[in-house]
Ligand binder design. Structure first.
Ligand SMILES: NC(=O)c1ccc[n+]([C@@H]2O[C@H](COP(=O)([O-])OP(=O)(O)OC[C@H]3O[C@@H](n4cnc5c(N)ncnc54)[C@H](OP(=O)(O)O)[C@@H]3O)[C@@H](O)[C@H]2O)c1
Length: 224
């Protein structure tokens, strides 16, 4: 019964792991390369772009200076900016995002108190963004990984795993495939509702690092 329910939620897929070199070569040769537009040029934007380009995707960045006027060329958009910046990005680019996958990586903390999230209780940044972009497929991803663990592919002795949540299975699988092709594990963490839990994990991890109980190269790892 529980297995049936889980299969319904996730499909029968096993955990996706990073591809072998041959699989990466096949991925690059056989698939039309995904093109990504990443808003932001900071730590996360750089680390994520490194993974995606290693896997054969093309990546363009839009920084804050050109954010209002830039043309969005990518098939997939990644919002690698502070959560408060997303409101103006959506205001400027909502039409360009229609029909596309939009990936939210934010941890929407109240950085004044470091004691709560700024999204409504029970909701998530991702759910708020999906509500504003009903014609886009919005995913949560990367928010439980510190930037350095994405660059190195390691959290301590473990491989880094990117957790992905969202309601569109094809969009999730496409991202997981591109992350795997870049040498990093990725896992379907469930529906858009799970973004709430992913943000709780990201919140806790941030408070642990902010209070110097763990390092910014550490964080939560996943044992499969
Ligand atoms: N750092 C981590 O380890 C980590 C882990 C998980 C999740 N996250 C999340 O990832 C996001 C980015 O964090 P980060 O550490 O990469 O921050 P960061 O290094 O400070 O970079 C933020 C980037 O956002 C840009 N930006 C701000 N407003 C923008 C706009 N309207 N349009 C386009 N770009 C804009 C900034 O450009 P300017 O410099 O020109 O202002 C900067 O390039 C945050 O939401 C954070 O919660 C971070």
């Amino acid at each position: 019964m529980i297995k049936e329910l889980l299969n319904k939620l996730f499909g029968n897929k096993e955990v996706s792991t990073a591809m072998t070199e041959t699989e990466v070569t096949n991925h690059k040769e056989n698939n039309a390369m995904t093109s990504y537009t990443i808003f932001g040029r900071g730590n996360m934007a750089t680390a994520i772009a490194g993974i995606l380009t290693k896997g054969g995707a093309t990546v363009e960045h839009i920084g804050s200076a050109d954010s209002a006027t830039a043309t969005v060329n990518g098939d997939v958009i990644i919002l690698a900016v502070p959560y408060p910046a997303i409101e103006s990005i959506i205001a400027n680019h909502k039409d360009a995002f229609a029909g596309k996958t939009v990936i939210d990586i934010t941890n929407p903390l109240n950085f004044e108190t470091f004691d709560s999230l700024v999204v409504p209780v029970g909701s998530s940044a991702t759910a708020e963004i999906q509500a504003q972009l009903p014609q886009s497929r919005v995913l949560k991803a990367f928010n439980t990984n510190f930037a350095s663990t994405l660059s190195t592919g390691r959290v301590g002795d473990l491989s880094t795993t990117v957790l992905v949540a969202g309601d569109d299975a094809d969009a999730k699988n496409a991202l997981i495939t591109d992350v795997n092709a870049g040498g990093v594990d990725a896992l379907d963490a469930g529906s858009l509702k799970r973004a709430h839990e992913l943000e709780a994990v990201g919140f806790l991890q941030l408070t642990l690092a902010g209070s110097e109980k763990i390092s910014w190269t550490g964080g939560f790892g996943l044992v499969k």
